[in-house]
Design a protein around this ligand. Structure first.
Ligand SMILES: [Fe+2]
Length: 316
């Protein structure tokens, strides 16, 4: 199918001023900011839209507190969007909103909207590694970032009330491809057969639908680390990280924030084609993180902060 990724995420929050402060520090560019609506963008034009949680025109929340109220998925062009809509029109909740965007609700009740993507395709060259006899980076120093500037919104991770229904919905109605799976417990899915390892990951949590996290892609591990240290210096609290996921191979750093569940900087995930071999795994902590720093790294001392992971988010 024809969706290419996340075009925008809409959040409903209690404290707009704190949300604004976070987004500035996170390294996004302001598009507009009023008391009723913040719009920020990543480098490729993916949008973060923030509204007061009680705004009358927001789709309903699927959990208490600050959370994601809608995910807007993008298609490359109108023709590709129409292909997706042909299937989505078979979803009972399909409707066109006052803003003209077609919408459905997923089995969790989360609002999904669809549009021709506003993102600009980008080619981001990560820092090249050097190995003995294989020098990819010649006469060039490896960078130290003082601030992250996320390229896009790479994935959203959802807790499923009805796991089987969510798995079926995202594969059959949105046409996503399964990259890897914890059978009955979690499923990593990508929008396109040739694409990044996952644009969504659905975790089984009966009776408690919700958002696990939203993830922003950065250039490479150096931007994950430099960006995370900058957030730490500005006083934002690490949820867990930095660390590395063995499934998807990505480096990560998660932060608590006034928008929703943790937000993640990540880089260097697997890229898949038809030749990718999906695997099934038993769900266990060492598959969430090969390694991770609990409590984060203090941005000022640049040393490990003391802490243990108490996130309890279901895969830590
Ligand atoms: Fe993630």
């Amino acid at each position: 199918m024809s969706l290419i990724g996340i075009d925008a995420v809409v959040f409903g929050v209690a404290d707009m001023a704190e949300a604004k402060r976070f987004l500035e520090d996170w390294g996004l560019a302001q598009v507009s900011a009023t008391a009723d609506k913040l719009v920020y963008r990543t480098r490729d034009g993916s949008e973060v839209i923030v509204r007061p949680k009680d705004a009358a025109d927001l789709p309903p929340a699927i959990e208490q507190g600050n959370t994601v109220r809608e995910v807007i998925w993008g298609a490359e062009n109108q023709q590709e969007l129409d292909k997706s809509l042909a299937t989505l029109k078979t979803v009972e909740s399909f409707a066109t909103g006052a803003d003209g965007l077609p919408r459905v609700k997923d089995p969790n009740g989360l609002s999904l909207a669809f549009r021709v993507s506003k993102r600009t395709p980008m080619v981001i060259k990560p820092t090249q590694p050097n190995g003995p006899g294989s020098h990819q980076r010649v006469d060039e120093r490896s960078p130290v970032y003082t601030q992250a500037h996320p390229v896009n919104i790479g994935h959203v991770v959802l807790f499923a009330n009805d796991f089987a229904a969510m798995r079926a919905f995202y594969t059959e109605k949105l046409g996503f491809t399964i990259s890897d799976e914890y059978p009955g417990h979690g499923v990593f899915m990508r929008c396109q057969v040739v694409g990044v390892h996952h644009n969504t990951f659905v975790l089984n949590r009966p009776g408690k639908p919700g958002i696990n996290h939203v993830a922003f892609t950065v250039t490479d591990i150096h931007e994950v680390i430099g960006g995370g240290l900058a957030m730490s210096r500005k006083g934002w609290k690490t949820e867990i990280g930095p660390g590395r996921h063995p499934i998807s191979s990505a480096y990560f750093w998660y932060f608590e924030n006034p928008l929703a569940a943790p937000l993640e900087y990540y880089a260097d995930e697997d890229f898949c084609t038809e030749a990718w071999k999906p695997q099934t795994f038993e769900r266990k902590p060492e598959l969430f993180a090969e390694w991770a720093v609990a409590g984060g790294i203090d941005g000022t001392t640049r040393r490990q902060a003391h802490g243990i992971d108490k996130s309890g988010r279901g895969h830590a």
